[in-house]
Design a protein around this ligand. Sequence first.
Ligand SMILES: O=P(O)(O)OC[C@H]1O[C@H](OP(=O)(O)OP(=O)(O)O)[C@H](O)[C@@H]1O
Ligand SMILES: Nc1ncnc2[nH]cnc12
Length: 182
Amino acid sequence: MSNPLDLEKKIRKIRDHVNEYPDFPKPGVLFRDVFSVFQNAELVAMLREVLIAFATQIQPPVECVVGIDARGFLLAPFIALELEVPFVPVRKKGKLPGKVASVSYALEYGEANMEIQESSIKEGQRVLIVDDLLATGGSLGAACTLVKKLGGVVEACLVLMELSELKGRLNVPTNVISIIKY
Ligand SMILES: O=P(O)(O)OC[C@H]1O[C@H](OP(=O)(O)OP(=O)(O)O)[C@H](O)[C@@H]1O
Ligand SMILES: Nc1ncnc2[nH]cnc12
């Protein structure tokens, strides 16, 4: 595993390769596109290494990694594979088969729903929730609610990017670790 200096260099490189799109998907939003990092296999390897370095610091170790629809699905499996624990998806309403638990959450304008499969988390299981980006905290907050509904214990949330000025971490009832802060 990298020493902290190497890790910082890798984080800077990843940051340099997150493309920014002004006024997407609506005026006033500067969209930060994690997919641009995935254009380059060397950067993907760095991203995986950085995510694992942060996730393995979490104590006690987590027993399950939850990824949030859709871009959390790019990141969470790297961590689950390394820790040799299950990966569990939280998805937008109507996408998951079988019995699901649901929660509604606030968007910038209006409301949305997220779901998790009921049997996916065991009572008392220690969970890490992963997403690409923290903005208002609505998505991470909703994922925390779902994990708790199933009896899981959210040890931490981990995001690659945090839009600090939106103060989204105030809407997340657990420790939030962010790798790149804007
Ligand atoms: O902190 P919040 O205000 O909840 O915003 C963060 C969420 O917004 C984006 O996903 P989005 O909801 O755009 O869905 P997508 O991944 O399907 O594009 C991003 O990938 C996070 O999941
Ligand atoms: N600025 C942003 N860039 C990418 N995804 C987002 N989700 C919410 N705000 C976002």
